[in-house]
Design a protein around this ligand. Structure first.
Ligand code: A3P
Length: 320
């Protein structure tokens, strides 16, 4: 990630007024803030523990949802603890310090360095990251801890990411322009297909579970069973029901440990438009919301984008 694409930076800045979030680009690989440089090497070289549980995903794929499921299953469904500690304390986002850029808020102060936070955690560690395969710790391949990878159909992912970038980065462009950047792989974190296929290729490894948002939506009970088996845990029917309740969209939306509201309130960011229901971290939770945003032409463009990139693979997404 040495190469700076000045044109791109300018374009983002002109179009969205993104100030400190998207500066460094490794074309075709990853788009991360300049601060990432300070952390990248440390992340690549960090010690991985065999009993770590990793949750890897592109942003806006339901990773908070899946991560909460993983944490609860591995912590005897301790909902009291789950509700009393922020997600970032229980299951830190590894690269958070870099993503927060120049933010000097109380929250950043509290978290300190997110990589250091993960390094200092007691085992078993629950670690979340949006980094793509080439930027993950090298030791993941040798140590082989359990890794859950979550993904989602690109149309809904893009709609969700658009709202997230407005909420967190004060993005000020049109949805159509954002789609253009998303398809070009020029949104934060970068191209989606390298990210998704990087783990799709590893889906048969015994330490990897590949999950789709649409499957969790269709049948959360089955997803809980699948994740429990992967983690070597057995839950009773009653426990599954209790977990289903804790993970329901309505519970999560009002749960301050997960809905990011306490964190957003501490961060330096544009004032929220409280009357806009889309300006929330846990927003709509639907499959097919793209239909409320995309013209036929744009939808066709996404279908083509997906078809071309998934050609030769057996990966498919539900979009309805
Ligand atoms: P929407 O913006 O489409 O509503 P991530 O946690 O990876 O950033 O993903 C965020 C997306 O997951 C958001 O999608 C959010 O609403 C959705 N989500 C979070 N919790 C959910 C739940 N319990 N049920 C369904 N969707 C959920």
């Amino acid at each position: 990630y040495e190469n700076l694409e000045d044109k791109f930076i300018k374009r983002l800045d002109d179009m969205f007024g993104v100030k400190d979030c998207l500066i460094e680009v490794n074309p075709g690989k990853c788009i991360l803030p300049p601060k990432y440089k300070d952390l990248g090497e440390r992340i690549r070289n960090m010690e991985v523990r065999p009993d770590d549980i990793w949750l890897v995903s592109y942003p806006r794929t339901g990773s908070t949802w899946a991560q909460e499921m993983v944490w609860c299953i591995c912590n005897d469904l301790d909902f009291v603890k789950a509700k009393s500690m922020l997600g970032q304390q229980r299951t830190p986002l590894l690269e958070l310090t870099a993503i927060m850029g120049n933010d000097t808020s109380k929250f950043k102060e509290q978290i300190g360095n997110s990589v250091e936070q993960v390094e200092n955690m007691a085992s078993p560690r629950f670690i979340k990251t949006h980094l793509p395969v080439p930027l993950l710790p090298e030791q993941l391949n040798e140590v082989k801890p359990k890794i859950v990878y979550v993904t989602r159909n690109p149309k809904d992912m893009c709609v969700s990411y658009y709202h997230y970038c407005k909420l967190v980065h004060g993005l000020q462009g049109s949805f159509d322009d954002f789609c253009d950047l998303f398809i070009q792989g020029k949104t934060p974190i970068g191209p989606i297909w390298d990210h998704i296929l990087g783990f799709w290729e590893q889906r048969d490894k015994p330490n990897v579970l590949f999950l789709k948002y649409e499957d969790m939506k269709k049948d959360l009970r089955t997803a809980i069973g699948q994740v429990s088996r992967f983690l070597g845990k057995t839950l009773t029917e009653e426990q599954v029901s209790a977990l289903e309740d804790h993970l329901s969209f309505s519970s999560m939306k009002k749960n301050p440990a997960l809905n990011l509201e306490p964190i957003l309130a501490m961060m330096e960011k544009p004032a929220l438009n409280d009357t806009n229901p889309d300006e929330t971290f846990i927003r709509k939770g639907k499959v097919g919301d793209w239909k409320n945003y995309m013209s036929q032409e744009l939808s066709d463009k996404f279908d083509k984008f997906t078809e071309e990139n998934l050609k030769g693979t057996t990966l498919v997404f539900d979009t309805n």
